[in-house]
Design a protein around this ligand. Structure first.
Ligand code: ZN
Length: 827
């Protein structure tokens, strides 16, 4: 009998190492048949201390279902937003789970940004869709209990949070109901009754929902096998959320967690009260339990391989049990333990980061039976490669195989499964039910090793990884990415035409070869709604990495009456007789704390044909935490100079019509505190300092003075991107010069209006705009302006950093007016 084990891909990580103590902890876990599903809305919502304690102290199978991938958060480490940020935070969550020992799940819900109500969240996500996903994950995972992070009401603080609790509660009922989502049953799940659902109440300082009559559990203990307390593991896990700046200190000592019953039997003194979590609940289980006790008793720290025969016997005994979730789960655990006890090394790597369709890669397979257990290697299978060996593996001898693998042109490119189809407004679309809930794709290629260990056949599956050695960082493993034979990019990202003026621009389409083309022929088409044109290029040899660029001219006449359009490129490629269309570009996101991220998208140039006037030419930009505002400023026709600390001097600043600070510049650059006088002198002499939002929260607050007169940065925001904008000072130049701003300029904004508005304004500030979220009071701090000397100072929480890259005409027109504030005479 062959046991198939699909190991969790640990892509981008060095293969995990297991000490004898780690193995002993996993052996103890074999005795526990309990499981817990933790439930919230975003990466970083989860209680990592509790998860670590559940997984490593209680040894429960522990999962975290984050409804979203955190696409709408703010990025503290780079300029990625939206989908890109969701991909980063997915990997941060997986890194956190590797630390605390829990498993990770997601629904198809998209994090569309801050939401103040459960109803808004449910409407945008599609309640039935998210509920179906939660029910599916519960039916697959079969938790004994569910724990939510949040309550179902406004004490949750964020509409996504309260909605996650509502979904958890409804899914608790629906998962057990054979009439709900019956279409799932054909995929192998059955109704599942969770015993109870609890809310893990909290004391976040501002809101305390704990009380002495709730169930209390101390999760602050120390795990001698790991050499860490749960507060220390939790800190390591939580500190993986680097894009959110959630590095936290480790805690030691007693740590009480509180739980309030939502539905099900009330627990008296423990989360699992009244729930059998031992082998007794399985027919024939007590014999299994005795075998595990025996293995634990005879386990040798110095010679873990001595346990292999007993583990193989245990595996066979499990095999004889009636099929069920725990049987499958424990067989997988035992197989992993056999691998770990034997110190077995199984690896498939390549020196290429990319597997290019129509090209080949060299694969190295390495096997080493490091402790000399009785192991025979029978066969290795990798895609179409199949090698039969039937060799005994000697102790600590390296067995290495080199193979060349052709990558078929039909091999699917490495696209995250939730990005394969066009997404809806508030959710991803995934048709394959079996993929739903998974944190990420299976690796592009996997090697299958058929072994016989102590007489029992086992199959181990390992991802093919890109392995290389960096002189500084050492040996690195990254995911292998399947890419098309060529990729296509377009430039620039935005073009702004002034309507009523005949204007021209050039666009560039670049084709990059990812493999060798011996006879490259291409038909390159540029497509704009009302104008398509093509160029033919042929008879070239292209080497991998070589590029050919094609320039097309466009003018605003081609847009007819359209205010917004976009240019896209399509390339028909032939190489000899091989034909492949090309239109995708590859996005690489690289950070050291997570595996490299890749996804494909069709590049496009946003073309705006709008009534916009600009005054002033030279802009100094002090970059903050990362945004794409400078690209937009270039397109508006300004000359932009990026300013570093040493550039912020009176002599350099005086040349600029305006100086703009990037998002959160005062949060990330402590040096700006010392530049206050220089910047104020620049304003006094007629300059215009425009400060985009900075945060004021538990992660980072600004202590530096920002403006010439006092104001405070609040946490006020307007998240409804359609909220009406009132013109409190309709004659103010910011609404009139050089562009007449009207309500239309606030149409089609994306995600939100603004964040971290100003408040407690000195009387010197003018606030020309007000806006409000539904049922909330008007906010006047989205844009504040003061005269100082001969110049102007502006603070704005309006989210230009989102609206400009999204090509929103009104955002461009309003920004042009803000930049022109010091040019209007008489004010
Ligand atoms: Zn959250």
């Amino acid at each position: 009998m062959i046991a198939l084990l699909y190991v969790l891909p640990v892509s981008g990580q060095s293969p995990a190492a297991y000490t004898s103590a780690d193995i002993f902890l996993q052996l103890k876990k074999l005795k526990v048949l309990g499981s817990v599903l933790y439930f919230a809305a975003h990466p970083d919502d989860e209680n990592t201390r509790l998860l670590a304690w559940l997984a490593r102290e209680r040894l429960y199978r522990t999962g975290y279902l984050s409804l979203t991938r955190g696409d709408g958060g703010q990025n503290l480490i780079g300029d990625e937003q939206g989908i890109d940020l969701g991909l980063i935070r997915t990997q941060e969550l997986l890194a956190a789970r590797r630390t605390d020992g829990a498993e990770q799940f997601f629904s198809r819900a998209f994090d569309f940004g801050f939401s103040k109500s459960t109803d808004e969240a449910m409407e945008k996500w599609g309640k039935e869709k998210v509920l179906s996903d939660a029910v599916w994950i519960i039916r697959k995972f079969q938790p004994d209990i569910i724990i939510t992070r949040f309550p179902e009401d406004s004490r949750a603080g964020h509409g996504h949070h309260s909605a996650s609790a509502v979904v958890a509660h409804e899914a608790f009922r629906a998962a057990a109901d054979p009439n709900r989502f019956p279409e799932q049953f054909k995929y192998g799940v059955q109704p599942w009754q969770v015993k109870r659902i609890l809310w893990n109440t909290f004391n976040f300082g501002t809101t305390n929902t704990t009380s002495s009559d709730q169930l209390k559990i101390d999760v602050g203990g120390y795990n001698a096998l790991l050499g860490k307390s749960y507060g220390e593991i939790a800190a390591e896990s939580r500190s993986q959320h680097k894009s959110q700046g959630f590095g936290v200190p480790a805690s030691r000592g007693a740590q009480l967690e509180y739980f309030s019953l939502v539905e099900g039997d009330a627990p008296q003194s423990d989360l699992m009260d009244g729930i059998n979590i031992s082998w007794e609940k399985i027919e024939g289980g007590s014999a299994i339990d005795a075998m595990i006790d025996d293995i634990l008793q005879h386990y040798s720290l110095l010679n873990p391989e001595n346990s292999i025969p007993a583990l193989v016997n245990l595996y066979k005994a499990l095999q004889a049990l009636k099929d069920g979730n725990w049987k499958k789960q424990k067989q997988e655990e035992v197989q992993r333990l056999i691998e770990q006890c034997s110190g077995l090394w199984l690896e498939a790597t390549t020196g290429n980061e990319q597997a290019v369709e129509g090209d080949s890669i060299k694969i190295t397979i390495a096997v080493n039976n490091r402790l000399g257990a009785p192991i025979q290697l029978n066969r290795i299978n990798l895609d179409v490669l199949d090698t039969t060996l039937a060799m005994n593996l000697d102790k600590n001898r390296n067995v290495t195989l080199q193979k060349t693998l052709y990558v078929f042109t039909t091999k699917p490119i490495s696209q995250p499964y939730w990005l394969e189809q066009k997404m809806s407004d508030g959710s991803f679309n995934v048709n394959d039910q079996l993929l739903i809930g998974k944190p990420q794709n299976e690796p592009a290629y996997q090697a299958r090793f058929d072994l016989v260990i102590a007489g029992q056949p086992f199959t181990f599956i390992k991802p093919v990884q890109y392995k290389h050695t960096d002189p500084v960082k050492g040996e690195l493993y990254q995911p292998l990415v399947v890419v098309p034979s060529s990729t296509v990019t377009t430039e620039p990202s935005v073009i702004i035409f002034r309507k009523n003026e005949k204007q021209k621009a050039e666009v560039a389409i670049t084709v990059t070869a990812n493999k060798r083309f011996t006879d490259y022929k291409a038909k390159i088409s540029k497509r704009l709604t009302y104008d398509n044109s093509t160029k033919i290029d042929s008879n070239f040899t292209m080497q991998p990495g070589m590029q050919r660029q094609y320039i097309f001219a466009i003018d605003n006449g081609m847009l007819k009456d359209k205010e917004q359009d976009f240019v896209q490129a399509f390339v028909e490629l032939k190489n000899g007789t091989e034909e492949q269309p090309a239109y995708l570009n590859l996005n690489n996101i690289q950070y050291d704390h997570i595996p490299h991220i890749h996804y494909f998208y069709q590049d496009a140039i946003k073309v705006l044909n709008i009534d916009i006037k600009t005054v002033g030419k030279k802009i100094g930009y002090i970059e903050g935490a990362g945004d794409k505002v400078t690209i937009a400023l270039h397109q508006m026709g300004y000359e932009v100079t990026v300013l570093k600390e040493q550039d912020i001097t009176p002599f350099i600043l005086k040349q600029f019509d305006a100086v703009i600070t990037g998002v959160r510049a005062y949060n990330v650059h402590d040096y700006l505190e010392g530049k206050h006088d220089v910047l104020m002198d620049y304003v006094k002499e007629g300059g215009n300092l425009i400060v985009q939002y900075n945060t004021s929260n538990f992660i980072s607050s600004v202590t530096a003075k920002i403006g010439p007169y006092p104001f405070a940065i609040s946490r006020n925001r307007v998240t409804d991107e359609t909220a009406a904008v009132n013109f409190l000072l309709p004659n103010h130049p910011v609404l009139n010069y050089p562009n007449k701003i009207t309500a239309k300029d606030f149409n089609n904004w994306v995600q939100e209006r603004g964040i971290y508005f100003a408040e407690q304004l000195d009387s010197a500030y003018e606030a020309p705009l007000s806006m409000a979220d539904p049922n909330e009071k008007e906010q006047k701090g989205s844009l504040i302006i003061a005269n100082y000397g001969k110049g102007k100072f502006v603070y704005t929480g309006l989210v230009f950093f989102r609206e400009l890259p999204a090509g929103i005409p009104g955002a461009y027109r309003l920004l042009a007016n803000i930049i022109a504030l010091n040019k209007k005479k008489g004010f």
